[in-house]
Design a protein around this ligand. Structure first.
Ligand SMILES: Cc1cc2nc3c(=O)[nH]c(=O)nc-3n(C[C@H](O)[C@H](O)[C@H](O)COP(=O)(O)O)c2cc1C
Length: 375
């Protein structure tokens, strides 16, 4: 269990809808928009509702229901400039960014935002995107070797002068970044998150990442990953914090919430979901341990493309709150959430679900009770 699992209040992040089509690949009516005006308003609402982080997505090409996309680092910076407390995590691909260039961007973004910039290092699943951009598509575990060097370089540049590094993918000689990013009471430099659930991803988290993001999972799936990630971290004398993805459908009645899920799946954009399934299967095919993201996903799971239904945050505010606190009991530090109609549902979450969670967190006997008996 993570050290922070029960002591600190849970943190909350939301997926920024900076690609079109929303967070579900479905033709169901969605009042979510991928444009800046909508997202600016959303970030302000999220901060007001009690969210700590926003996570942008990176995609460069129309694909699988995402016809249009705003670039993640520039969009993250724009959101930082219209908010006051929200930390914004920019998704970045090693292989498409030079770590020195990203480190420079990160330092400037951190100064412009008073120390609220963060990155999510994603190793990639979309071969067609790399091919279209004329970049080589590495084999799965090689992508992680490159990501690890990328993170080591980023952290080195952010904390050391005369940074020198001779890797297989990146090289630096006496490189000094000025200014460095801010060193705040909360963290010494922008936090480094990572996406990916394979064995290679778990080991990399243990060695170099501050945060590990899991795709949507039930309790057993979370326990299984936490054991691996914490063991990998301990072997390196480190701790890694754990964030879990979940798609929230909180409604006044459980029946209403379930009906919304049914409708999302019934109206799935089937060709897009199938195309996505084929692409991610190809991306993980070189690993044989079946632990990577999407390894056991059904068609219905993939309608939320990060397996967000599997976390089952679907029901009344009380049901959703109790389930979230049960995840905390297992060692989850942060919930990364997606919604169908973002503006309205972020407000609803802040008004009806979050206060319940805070109450449950404060009541330690309740916490113990919730943790028991779940599978
Ligand atoms: C929280 C989270 C966010 C992600 N965001 C992106 C993204 O914006 N763009 C992208 O190409 N991949 C993204 N990925 C996917 C990763 O690039 C990678 O393909 C995936 O984690 C599979 O890795 P695995 O085989 O190690 O499980 C994300 C993954 C997670 C967990």
């Amino acid at each position: 269990m993570s050290e922070n699992g029960t002591a600190e209040p849970l943190k909350f992040a939301y997926w920024v809808p900076n690609v079109s089509g929303g967070l579900v690949t479905s033709t169901i009516d969605q009042r979510t928009d991928w444009g800046f005006d909508y997202n600016k308003e959303l970030a302000i609402r999220a901060e007001r509702a009690g969210f700590d982080y926003a996570l942008t997505q990176v995609r460069y090409m129309a694909s699988y229901g995402a016809e249009y996309q705003h670039e993640s680092s520039s969009f993250s910076l724009a959101l930082l400039l219209v908010t006051e407390r929200l930390k914004v995590i920019a998704a970045v691909h090693p292989g498409l960014w030079h770590p020195g260039v990203l480190a420079k961007l990160g330092a400037t973004a951190d100064h412009l935002s008073g120390g609220r910039f963060a990155v999510n290092v994603v190793s990639g699943w979309f071969k067609g995107e790399f091919t279209a951009l004329g970049e080589p598509w590495l084999e799965h575990d090689e992508r992680y070797r490159r990501s690890e060097e990328f993170i080591r370089a980023l952290r080195g540049i952010w904390t050391q002068d005369d940074f020198t590094f001779a890797g297989d993918f990146y090289r630096f000689r006496n490189f000094s970044l000025k200014p460095k990013p801010l060193n705040t009471a909360e963290r010494p430099h922008p936090e480094i998150f990572q996406g990916g659930n394979s064995t290679a991803a778990r080991r990399m988290a243990g060695r170099v990442s501050d945060w590990y993001f899991s795709n949507g999972k039930d309790f057993n799936g979370v326990v299984e990953q936490l054991a691996d990630v914490n063991a990998a971290a301990q072997a390196n004398g480190r701790t890694v914090r754990f964030g879990l993805n979940g798609f929230v459908i909180a409604r006044d009645t459980e029946a209403e919430a379930r009906e919304t899920l049914r409708e999302i799946i019934a109206k799935a954009d089937r060709p897009a979901v199938r195309g996505f399934r084929d692409a991610v299967t190809q991306a993980g095919a070189s690993t044989s341990d079946s632990k990577g993201m999407w390894a056991g996903s059904s068609f219905d799971d993939l309608v939320q493309y990060n397996d967000g239904f599997r976390t089952r945050l679907i029901g009344t505010p009380e049901q959703v709150a109790r389930r979230i606190v049960a995840y905390k009991r297992l060692g989850v530090d942060l919930l990364l959430l997606g919604f169908l109609h973002y503006h309205e549902e972020i407000d609803y979450f802040g008004r009806h679900v979050l206060p319940f969670i805070r109450e449950l967190e404060a009541d330690r006997s309740e916490l113990a009770h919730i943790g028991a008996g779940h599978s």
